[in-house]
Design a protein around this ligand. Sequence first.
Ligand code: 13P
Ligand code: SF4
Length: 390
Amino acid sequence: MTTVDLPLLPLGRGTDLSAERGVECPGDLPAASDPGLVARAQAAKEALGDRVFVLGHHYQRDEVIQFADVTGDSFKLARDAAARPEAEFIVFCGVHFMAESADILTGPEQKVILPDLAAGCSMADMARLRQVEDAWDALTEAGIADSVVPVTYMNSSADIKAFCGRNGGAVCTSSNAEVALEWAFDQKPDAKVLFLPDQHLGRNTAVLKMGLTLDDCVVWDPHRPHGGLTAEQLRDAKMILWKGHCSVHGRFSPAVVDELRATIPDVQILVHPECQHEVVLKADLVGSTEFIIKTIEAAPAGSSWAIGTELNLVKRLAAAHPDKHIAFLDKTVCYCSTMNRIDLPHFVWAMESLVAGTVVNQIEVDPETERWAQVALQRMLDLPGRSHKD
Ligand code: 13P
Ligand code: SF4
């Protein structure tokens, strides 16, 4: 088995277009200090009218989110993109894997634009196709590949989604992971799940929602021979978790939860399922970004919350709900650096280029990858209901 090397490229440098990591952003950007940027963005949006549809993930900066036609979590944005066949351009203020999914779910004549190509996702980069194929070979050698259903988190590259589509699996997001796992375990007698690439979402859903135990889960480490597991361990497991994680949500710790509970009376801890299992175990509520927003909207005035998710969203919630006490579940600043790559200069540049008739930073998935990734995404969109009340 080959272990694939993952050299870290500095963001914004390099030319690995197949990766979620940074590539050069071409063109002349307006200066960030230009006081006319907001007016320029408004003018470009007005000039494009219904030809453009702007999507904004909840982790985007305020300066960009103000121009979004819709905001949402990964699941909602995927559906929103698919529901706009009349828009010629979809400008995706989010990260690369989201723009890829939008390209897969929109028509061939629609163009999806990511204002900064360096807006990748380190978690998505942690599962590369060659590595996943190696893991699948090991499952085949262990005699269990026929009973394994691969499920990938939305936060993965299009070729990993296509791998899941080709092998009878599906995509899930943080708002439907439970339903997706129920679906996967129903696909075959004695089914096992290979969960990519976020071990935490996989473990939290399996143990806290599906009633599996920690002993039912093993972690496949793509940087160790045979994933660091024996064939017997693979055969005994119900959940084979990929060793990937979100570097933003990985920062939240059980110790800070304890500290906040000791210092803020009646505080409720609300976290995203990308957090470590030990943090989620100590939380009061867990759910996707959309779930977090709805929970705070429905909370009574005067209630106290500590939220474990990306800081742009937590700050926006605190500003929108001055009648509630909203704290951040980490002592230090914790933005998603790649989400933050989409700033006003990049947005203005992308929009003004469209007005001038030039399509920049188009995200296009190749037809064969698209075909199978679409199968996996459609299986997700066809799942009944959603696991959270959102
Ligand atoms: P959701 O928006 O699906 O909750 O995902 C959070 C996230 O980390 C996106 O990258
Ligand atoms: Fe990726 Fe985490 Fe950033 Fe989401 S918050 S885009 S999972 S690094």
